[in-house]
Design a protein around this ligand. Sequence first.
Ligand SMILES: NC(=O)C1=CN([C@@H]2O[C@H](COP(=O)(O)OP(=O)(O)OC[C@H]3O[C@@H](n4cnc5c(N)ncnc54)[C@H](OP(=O)(O)O)[C@@H]3O)[C@@H](O)[C@H]2O)[C@@H](O)CC1
Ligand SMILES: Nc1ncnc2c1ncn2[C@@H]1O[C@H](COP(=O)(O)OP(=O)(O)O)[C@@H](O)[C@H]1O
Length: 278
Amino acid sequence: MIDAREWSRSDTIALLRVPTAEDDKYSRGVVALRTGSSAYPGAAVLGVEAAWRTGAGFVRFVGEGRAADAVIARRPETVAALDVGSTRVDAWVIGSGTNPVHRPWEEERALREILAGTAPVIVDAGALDLARTASAPLVVTPHAGEFARLRAGLDLDPDGTGDRADDAAEVAAALGATVLLKGATSIVAAPDGDVVAVSAAPGWLATAGAGDVLAGMLGALAAGNREARPADTAAAAAWLHGYAAARAAGATGGRTGHPIVALDVAESIPAAIEDLLS
Ligand SMILES: NC(=O)C1=CN([C@@H]2O[C@H](COP(=O)(O)OP(=O)(O)OC[C@H]3O[C@@H](n4cnc5c(N)ncnc54)[C@H](OP(=O)(O)O)[C@@H]3O)[C@@H](O)[C@H]2O)[C@@H](O)CC1
Ligand SMILES: Nc1ncnc2c1ncn2[C@@H]1O[C@H](COP(=O)(O)OP(=O)(O)O)[C@@H](O)[C@H]1O
């Protein structure tokens, strides 16, 4: 049984970058999201909002129709187009708000190209089935239901051993990728066998769209920390996500707090970062 180390507030602070006079919008990190769909346009909005609020210098959205319109209506700072061409991308986010059962072949081809690239890719929800085909550095972000499906796709017992750290480490080794297994306590397993547990979040965070917010945050942290280990970036994103949720819910300092929605978490990220840096 793996003994997962608990990820801390100070571990998270070490991954937060304060921009300097030498920075520009590109050096702060360019995130591209290929997320959302006509069925789930909101997931695209949540991820884009979270990426901006986590401090990305440039957020691109790849898509069209309802999702692209909703993204631009909420965040006109975003550059939306049908592809990124040869422009710089420091990290990709794919899969949130998509369903592999309804994936057109052009979409699948584009996702496979991203997964064959060199920039790190955050693989969420409806793109998880493609993770095993990737050569790019990956962080996969399944919830418990998606994790069981991911294991089945790797010919592993979907139920695992019941020990989440062991089970996540097994998937990380099988994929050669970092696994962020979400839950009340999230587990981050690196392909080298290192496992940490992240438990900064209040129960109020169990709300639809919270995972879409996390994917956008992780994209921004990965884009801004290109030298960091993907597992450290993933753990820092999960901790900051939990802390931003606690702040949004008024559940810090031992207080019980109140209900929140996913967009509240994204909006609370800047103040959460300010707290950590002061
Ligand atoms: N506003 C938007 O646009 C939003 C868009 N979204 C997008 O929707 C898409 C579908 O994502 P999804 O997670 O809702 O459904 P799916 O992956 O099909 O699995 C659901 C089944 O898995 C099981 N299950 C077991 N454990 C579980 C757990 N811990 N957490 C959750 N489920 C768990 C459980 O089975 P049960 O336990 O009920 O038998 C459940 O019935 C995806 O693209 C996502 O990005 C959402 O983010 C919402 C906001
Ligand atoms: N009981 C809980 N306490 C704290 N955080 C939780 C709890 N349940 C889920 N979470 C967190 O909420 C988020 C839910 O993500 P996910 O299931 O992907 O939702 P969605 O697909 O609707 O965006 C994850 O970050 C997870 O760690």
